[in-house]
Design a protein around this ligand. Structure first.
Ligand code: DGL
Length: 258
């Protein structure tokens, strides 16, 4: 496989572009092909079978393009499909799960109160329950589905401050936020809301996402396989989407440059 072959990154829509931003920072020499499945978004309210079928179709496209690795920049598609994808395809597949370990480790042994914000599918799947079981004996963990936060990004309403804050209050006003040590952004769309979460949460509550860890993991994996792009290669990002409208093309570019 050529070192300068692209890395395929995909998500149900625009959320995974937040992961692309991090990969660019970590690995500016790499060529990235991003596929957002906005025509089929959201994934988080679909059945695991539907999400698996859609994920396989995207990975097939990437294989036909000759990618050297795939990043599932979607916690939901990871929950539904990563095991089957890895069993089927013989190339590195990097996936994402809510960064609950990072949130709990911050306590250095002190019990933590953590809210995991993610899609309904991620929070109900076996994968997340298994992750939660590793930490729930010593920490208090709340699952908070936030499906509307996906729709707001897909509908280009992220700059609507009132709408976003109203939506966040709807999801989080039931908590005593002063008692929450961290909020985990367990959906790649939610990473675009970091400043809004900062406005909502007390200064003592940490906001944690898995994007940086994912980019680092991708780097280490390619480095150990000797597959990093050469250091004189000028990296690039190609944005593709199942919604081929001009509106979506412009919106994807706007998110990448945000
Ligand atoms: N961005 C996705 C994730 O990380 C899911 C969004 C959706 O529901 O489509 O889980």
């Amino acid at each position: 496989m050529a070192l300068n072959a692209p890395i395929g990154v995909f998500d149900s829509g625009l959320g995974g572009i937040s992961v692309v931003q991090e990969i660019r920072r970590e690995m500016p020499n790499e060529h990235i092909v991003y596929f957002g499945d906005s025509a089929n978004a959201p994934y988080g309210t679909k059945t695991p079978e539907e999400v698996r079928r859609l994920s396989f179709a995207i990975v097939e496209r990437f294989i036909n393009m000759g990618v050297k690795a795939i990043v599932i920049a979607c916690n939901t598609a990871t929950s539904a499909a990563v095991n089957d994808l890895r069993a089927t395809y013989d190339l590195p597949i990097i996936s994402m799960e809510p960064a609950l370990k990072v949130a709990c480790d911050r306590g250095h042994g002190e019990p933590q109160h953590v809210i995991v914000a993610a899609t309904p599918l991620t929070l109900r799947e076996k994968k997340f329950t298994a992750l939660m079981n590793r930490f729930s004996a010593t920490n208090t963990i709340y699952r908070q589905p936030c499906p509307d936060l996906v729709e707001i990004v897909e509908h280009d309403q992220l700059e609507d401050h009132d709408l976003v804050m109203r939506t966040l209050h709807g999801y989080f006003d039931g908590y005593d936020l002063n008692a929450i040590d961290s909020v985990v952004l367990g959906c790649t769309h939610f990473v675009f809301y970091r400043d809004y979460f900062r406005e909502l949460l007390p200064a003592t509550t940490a906001i944690i996402d898995g994007n940086e860890g994912t980019a680092r993991h991708l780097h280490d994996l390619l480095a150990s396989a000797g597959k990093l792009a050469s250091s004189d290669s000028e990296g690039s990002v190609t944005l593709k989407n199942s919604d081929t409208s001009e509106r979506m093309t412009a919106l994807a570019a706007k998110r990448l440059n945000s």
